[in-house]
Design a protein. Sequence first.
Length: 242
Amino acid sequence: MSMALQSLMLTFEVTLRNRIHISLSRQATEGTTNPVDSFAWYDHRLGMHKLEGETYRKVERILCDEQDVRLPTQPTPDRVIARLSFGVWPNILEQQLPTPVVQARTFLDVFPHYPRKPKHYWKHAENRKIAVDKVKDVKGWRNRIAHCKPVWTEGWYRCSQAQHWTEVLDRVKGRRSEMLEVLGWMCPQTVEVYKMSYSGRLFDALVTEQAVLAHICQPHVPAIGPIYPEADIEAMKAYKAR
């Protein structure tokens, strides 16, 4: 279950960070003759808004050497973005956007496929907070899986003490559905690719009552897994020769 969900967590994180990066890059360069999708909007020395708190320190650690002196050759914006942790992005959305205009524009760029009039919807602070809370929830679940904790456990995710395991199964399915919904606000095509992927189909196969029962009866069954086609040595030689 953790393996099947990890792929979705990574997909969600990359989609989120890329959309934030593109939005803030465009906003930083729209007044120039060459607006771009990848710009060092995080660098206050370029005249941009200065980040604050731990997010600022994380960025500076990438831009500076061990003596906190700026590197003579700065890493590319894409490389900086790729090195920042998941926790940076909800913090950017929640606390680091300087004005209501920038906030509304950024949320519109990040979640353009929100189903109900997104241009108007993201102008309201309470709506932006709902989205940030959903992103934080994904981050919390991702951290849980990354630290090798169970996908679910008693008392976790609004569970009662008297819950039955089938109830928890439904909650896990519901929680993934919520994550896919938010991912769809960012990029519906990515949701479809994930659903058709091995990890997406594996999750659907595992999150069933019959799969849980099979695991309870036979928790360790060798040689169970994906089936690959038989090797065709001659075909491989021909392929490599091309």
